[in-house]
Design a binder for this molecule. Structure first.
Ligand code: UDP
Length: 309
């Protein structure tokens, strides 16, 4: 690992706080700065190896520029992630994801940061294209959120070629795991409903398919991409399709008889992607990405974390 010092935007969020724990585990302690606006987490969620913390927003260029000084890499995780909210309010989504990323890239350029890693998305770029999705497919986003992530990737590539530093866009699938208290995504939402002894709502008939990746595996992939100085676009997921019906069967086994739950069915969500999962060969071949945590292992780890809260 050659990176000595790095800035993590959105470091208090679900993926950021897990990443910082992983970074400590692989010996990167002592060189981290976190910038976070505290909408999806607080510094209380961070382990003690964060040496510098600043509450602030990626939309504020001077702050991003100042914190980028002297960094060997920026891991840009701050972003707006909800598809349906982006349909209601495309401007906010644009400001956070596109303007915020442009600020990060300009800060990297001005401060001479050699590598920027960006969190992008798999599913929202492709809609209901034939799965599995892969890096060679033409993105055709169906929501403003997908469009904003594609714009981010475009700016990253353009800055790489125009100003000569590495940018790596990592397209995450559906990530689950500990520290997802504030996430609206399926696994976190289902566990919260079960703990509240409320019924779970399945949109559609449960046949929709996603690629659920354990956050520990994803964080290893982020760190591997940094270590290998990979550039370009890479899909990070589990590589396996799982239907919502199957996910709920796993969850029922994990929570056990003490936590029974009812499943209700509601109409499909507007713009629902019916089937998406990803290939992971490019990340595997380039930087050795090897997700190892199956749902049988990752769901109990996640449920235990929710129970402890
Ligand atoms: N989902 C569901 N009920 C919920 C939350 C999610 O049936 O309470 C389904 C949703 O329709 C989708 C899948 O779970 O097919 C994953 O949803 P999520 O919002 O986590 O991610 P995305 O749709 O962005 O992949």
């Amino acid at each position: 690992m050659t990176v000595q010092r790095f800035l993590i935007t959105g470091g208090c969020g679900f993926i950021g706080s897990n990443l910082i724990r992983r970074a400590a585990a692989v010996g990167l302690s002592g060189h981290l700065t976190v910038l976070d606006n505290e909408t999806m987490g607080t510094p209380a969620d961070l382990p003690s190896n964060v040496v510098a913390y600043e509450r602030g927003d990626v939309r504020d260029f001077p702050t991003v520029r100042r914190l980028s000084e002297g960094c060997d890499a920026i891991i840009h995780l701050a972003g707006h992630t909800r598809v349906l909210e982006s349909i209601d309010d495309p401007v906010s989504d644009f400001e956070i994801n596109v303007r915020g990323t442009l600020n990060v890239l300009m800060a990297a350029r001005d401060a001479g940061v050699p590598h920027v890693v960006l969190a992008s998305t798999g599913g929202a770029l492709f809609g209901s294209e034939t799965a599995p999705i892969h890096e060679g497919m033409l993105p055709q986003p169906l929501s403003p959120y997908g469009a904003s992530k594609l714009a981010m990737e475009g700016y990253a590539h353009a800055f790489s070629s125009s100003y000569g530093f590495r940018t790596t866009a990592l397209r995450f699938t559906n990530v689950y795991g500990p520290y997802s208290r504030l996430k609206g995504s399926a696994v976190a939402h289902f566990f919260r409903q079960i703990l509240a002894r409320q019924p779970i709502t399945v949109y559609g008939d449960g046949s929709q398919v996603r690629d659920f990746v354990y956050v520990g595996d994803l964080c290893d992939g982020i760190l591997q991409s940094l270590g290998a100085s990979a550039s370009g676009v890479y899909h990070l997921g589990s590589g396996h399709p799982t239907s919502i019906t199957s996910l709920l069967e796993h969850i029922r086994r994990v929570v056990g008889p003490d936590w029974p739950f009812e499943v209700r069915y509601a109409p499909w969500r507007t713009g629902e992607v019916i089937r998406t999962f990803t290939t992971i060969e490019k990340a595997a071949d380039t930087f050795g990405y090897r997700p190892a945590v199956t749902l049988e292992t990752g769901l109990p780890l996640t449920w235990r974390w929710f129970l402890d809260q």
